[in-house]
Design a binder for this molecule. Structure first.
Ligand SMILES: NC(=O)c1ccc[n+]([C@@H]2O[C@H](COP(=O)([O-])OP(=O)(O)OC[C@H]3O[C@@H](n4cnc5c(N)ncnc54)[C@H](OP(=O)(O)O)[C@@H]3O)[C@@H](O)[C@H]2O)c1
Length: 353
């Protein structure tokens, strides 16, 4: 039992009678290059008590995200850096176990950004109730969460796909890339993916309907392989990887081509001076190209409508997703590091009991 701010005792079954301890990962030190386990520290603290307007959530799924690497540096990007000693992490799905907010009831499923911890406090602003239970709740932080929504808005709003165009997606087997690529196919585009390894490429070509999938790890001449897979050039490049890939692809872009900068996973662990520059920028003039980055959060007002449309596609079998779910809260740092080694196959989530 725990006491709430009103002094009422709330049952927090099935933990009644157990010591309510919250395990959480904090940033122990800033990574220098590739993140390492010792950059994170596991701490224990009493489970917090919800105050007025708050809910206490017991997390069931916790995400690891490549973009979190940006927040581990001390440079401000589109997100604030995490302070050393502060909680790390991003998306979560869990159940409400105590509520001091009339908008939530105990046992509601909620998705939010409670980070790498077993329990978290939230207010209405920070979480939303998962109301459509026709798809697994984990999708609320995957294909229907920030990764899928990044694919959706990046492709549709910035990419402006037209039927018959060629769309090239990098890190195509990840949750962002696989969503963007499939939505491009739904819009009648010919989609080519670049991914690491046979299994990921087979999934894209055989199950997701990509016209071609190129294994960048196996190709001896990657540019040639992409030229061969895109005989009509590229109209939309949806890039998740970084400048080396964008620079390589600029000469392949068609007139009025659009380049969507979604992420730069290959560059996140490099200091700015070591990141690849763009040499082929003359292509912007010759081909009248545009390149735009997006922050998914800019589209928050449209998230619910987009998730509804994507749910319909999922239920109709037109949008597929893959989750790579691992048990064990303590594995979060390794799961995060694995993103930069390509060990995840789909949305990487840690599942809690
Ligand atoms: N702009 C936004 O608002 C926003 C929101 C969410 C995510 N993002 C970004 O979108 C990108 C994709 O995110 P995601 O969640 O879908 O993750 P993801 O694509 O699953 O990211 C991990 C994958 O990246 C690939 N990778 C790792 N290091 C690489 C390297 N050096 N070179 C090439 N590929 C490498 C690996 O796949 P392979 O095995 O195929 O190499 C790995 O499995 C990330 O950059 C993320 O930061 C942006």
């Amino acid at each position: 039992m725990i006491a709430t701010s009103r002094g009422r005792q709330l049952t927090v079954s099935p933990y009644e009678g157990e010591a309510m301890i919250n395990r959480r990962f904090v940033l122990a030190s800033r990574p220098n290059g590739m993140p390492r386990r010792e950059n994170f520290r596991l701490e224990e603290a009493p489970v917090p008590t919800p105050g007025r307007g708050q809910i206490l959530v017991r997390n069931k799924f916790i995400s690891v995200d490549p973009g979190m690497r940006l927040r581990l540096s001390d440079r401000k990007t589109y997100a604030e850096p995490v302070a050393v000693g502060a909680l790390v992490g991003f998306s979560t799905v869990g159940t409400v176990i105590a509520s001091e907010n009339p908008g939530f009831e105990v046992d509601d499923w909620v998705a939010g950004f409670l980070g790498w911890q077993e329990y978290g406090l939230a207010e209405s602003k920070g979480v939303h109730r998962i109301v459509d239970l026709r798809v697994p709740v984990s999708t609320a932080i995957g294909v229907l969460g920030i990764p899928g929504l990044t694919g959706y808005f990046g492709l549709l709003d910035l990419g402006q796909p037209k039927a018959g165009e060629t769309v090239l997606v990098t890190s195509a087997a990840g949750p962002v890339g696989s969503t963007a690529g499939q939505i491009a196919a739904i819009k009648g585009c010919r989609v080519v993916g670049v991914a690491g390894g046979k299994a990921k490429c087979r999934w894209l070509a055989e199950e997701l309907g990509f016209a071609a999938a190129i294994d960048y790890r196996a190709e001896t001449d990657l540019s040639q392989a992409i030229v061969a897979a895109c005989p009509n050039g590229v109209d939309i490049l949806f890039d998740n990887i970084g400048n080396a890939m964008v620079d390589r692809l600029l000469p392949l872009m068609n007139q009025f081509g659009r380049i969507v900068i979604s992420g730069q996973t290959a560059d996140y662990n490099l200091p700015p001076a070591e990141r690849h520059g763009l040499k082929n920028t003359l292509e912007f003039i010759s081909k009248r190209l545009t390149m735009r980055g997006l922050a998914a959060s800019d589209y928050a007002a449209r998230f619910a409508a987009a998730a509804t449309e994507m749910t319909d596609w999922i239920l109709a079998g037109r949008l597929k997703y893959r989750e790579d779910i691992e048990d064990g809260f303590e594995h979060l740092p390794e799961a995060f590091i694995g993103l930069f080694e390509g060990t995840n196959f789909g949305r990487k989530l840690i599942k809690l009991p």
